[in-house]
Ligand binder design. Structure first.
Ligand code: BG6
Length: 486
């Protein structure tokens, strides 16, 4: 479906996200011919600089980050001609005149406000847009994470933005939902007859969801130290993946059909109490170590890190979903920085065969396992038992593999490219609804509260490892191992 003409307004237009992700994503779509000839990107920033000066910043900051499609002088010139820089103070409605002037008033032109700003500015920006007559019925607003830091602040954001925009105009981004494999998981579950009958407690023994990064906190300490892995990754990205794995089949791919089912999963997550929480959650903080053979500093030695920071850079937990489908099936969730490898994957392990007809004991059969790999290489892998060639009947684990890159040679799309196109097309399915956001915060809130009161420190782990030993013990207690450690 071709896009209609649009004005995409980026608040935080000279910030990190715009430069690193949003502008490169729009460039890529431009080169692929998706953007209407007169579509524009209006970058809003506080910085008092002229148009040429701003384009210089984009040339120096954003352009070098674009690897593919290659930047050619013609394509880049066409792209930067779409960019308009508007300087204003987002918190002062009286300074919005240049934005009013820059926006086209033709109602047929899609108008999107992308708030790539700290969340405490969301309400004020929405009010100021309204005051200046810019929050029209046809406009859309995109909210970038962090979407609050607890249930109360998330509710406040929902309420305040909701005063200006209808729910159907609000796009809450979780970029993990824009990743190719997440949608492939929907295709796998609901485009094949094979999995659905087995996708339940009778046949599945456990599910592991891991997002591991080799990167440390980098230059984001100011934000990260007030956030930590639970808020930064688990409350959003990991829970969204869990929802897609665990939800009941929606009746269609329509936004509310999918979001209703995800909401049910979030509401069915078993609540932690202080006692169950201590048993089922491990938090860690990285110390100095080696990643890819390079010595790296510990979290507290990162520039500007508080000496006694108690912020967790790693979380592992055992979660459960209280429904007929999933009762008793552990969902092990794990995320961390400065880990042994960078990967994101979902592992669905099926149960052991009930009886061996071969001359091998039942426990020599590796249970079937479906690995859904989000990154670095996107694909699906199914572990099966197969006969080794030759005489006799000896069975060994073998793999069926679907490498998306190999199978579908078509060009890739980055998560932000896909999600930006969805916003511009008005497709809400891959965006969180307000009640989903609140349900996710509601579930993590007891953990946050407990950690606030608990004087103990996160368990240290050496950079370049899979986290604290306690994380292996957590899953080991159930007779299992994390996949990378098996
Ligand atoms: C962001 C987090 O949401 O996701 C970062 O704030 C994290 O801390 C990033 O590094 C990971 O995303 P990706 O797509 O690189 O796996």
């Amino acid at each position: 479906m071709a896009l209609t003409d649009f004005d995409l307004v980026l608040f935080g237009g000279s910030g990190d996200l715009a430069m690193r992700k949003l502008l490169p994503a729009m460039y890529s779509r431009d080169v692929c011919g998706d953007l209407p000839a007169t579509a524009r990107i209006i970058c809003v920033g506080r910085q008092d600089c002229g148009q040429d000066e701003f384009i210089d910043i984009v040339n120096n900051t954003s352009k070098p980050l674009i690897k593919a499609p290659a930047v050619t002088p013609e394509a880049w010139a066409r792209f930067t001609a779409r960019i308009v820089y508007v300087s204003l103070n987002a918190t002062d409605a009286g300074t919005y005149a240049p934005l009013v002037e820059a926006l086209r008033t033709d109602g047929a032109i899609t108008r999107v406000y992308y708030l790539a700003t700290p969340p405490h500015l969301f309400a004020q920006i929405c009010d100021n847009l309204k005051e200046n007559g810019l929050a029209t019925k046809n406009s859309r607003v995109v909210l970038e994470k962090p979407l609050g830091r607890d249930l109360a602040s998330a509710k406040q954001i929902n309420a305040e933005v909701g005063q200006v925009f209808e729910e159907s105009q609000i796009y809450r981004i979780d970029h993990y939902l824009g990743k190719e494999t997440v949608q492939n998981l929907l295709a796998l579950r609901f485009g094949n007859i094979l999995f659905e009958p087995l996708w339940r407690r009778e046949w599945i023994s456990d599910v592991q969801i891991t997002i591991a990064e080799k990167l440390g906190v980098g230059n984001r300490i100011g934000y990260y130290d007030t956030s930590g892995a639970l808020r930064d990754m688990l409350q959003n990205h990991l829970l969204q993946l869990l929802c897609i794995v665990a939800m009941e089949p929606p009746t269609s791919i329509a936004p509310d059909a999918v979001r209703d089912e995800k909401l049910q999963v979030l509401r069915s997550l078993k609540k932690f109490t202080p006692a169950t929480l201590a048993q089922n959650i491990v938090r860690g903080q990285y110390r100095a170590g080696h990643v890819d053979g390079q010595a790296v500093p510990g979290y507290r030695d990162e520039p500007d890190a508080p000496e006694r920071s108690r912020t967790e850079t790693f979380v592992a937990m055992k979660a459960e979903i209280d429904t007929w489908r999933w009762a008793g099936v552990p969902f092990y969730l794990r995320t961390g920085k400065r880990m042994a490898d960078s990967l994101a994957e979902i592992v669905v392990r099926f149960k052991q065969i009930p009886h061996s007809i071969f001359n091998q004991p039942t426990n020599s059969f590796q249970p079937n396992c479906l690995v859904i790999r989000l990154q670095p290489d996107e694909g699906l892998r199914m572990n099966l038992m197969a006969k080794t060639p030759g005489e006799g009947m000896r069975l060994k684990p073998a793999e069926l593999e679907l490498d998306f890159r190999e199978t579908f040679k078509s060009p890739r799309m980055d998560a932000y490219e896909r999600l930006l196109l969805d916003v511009l097309r008005g497709q809400l399915t891959l965006f969180m609804r307000g009640d989903e956001l609140e349900a996710a915060w509601e579930w993590v809130e007891p953990i946050l509260k407990h950690w606030e009161q608990d004087e103990s420190l996160p368990t240290p782990y050496a950079s370049g490892t899979w986290g604290p030993a306690a994380a292996s013990a957590l899953i080991g207690r159930d007779g299992l191992q994390w996949r990378e450690e098996a």
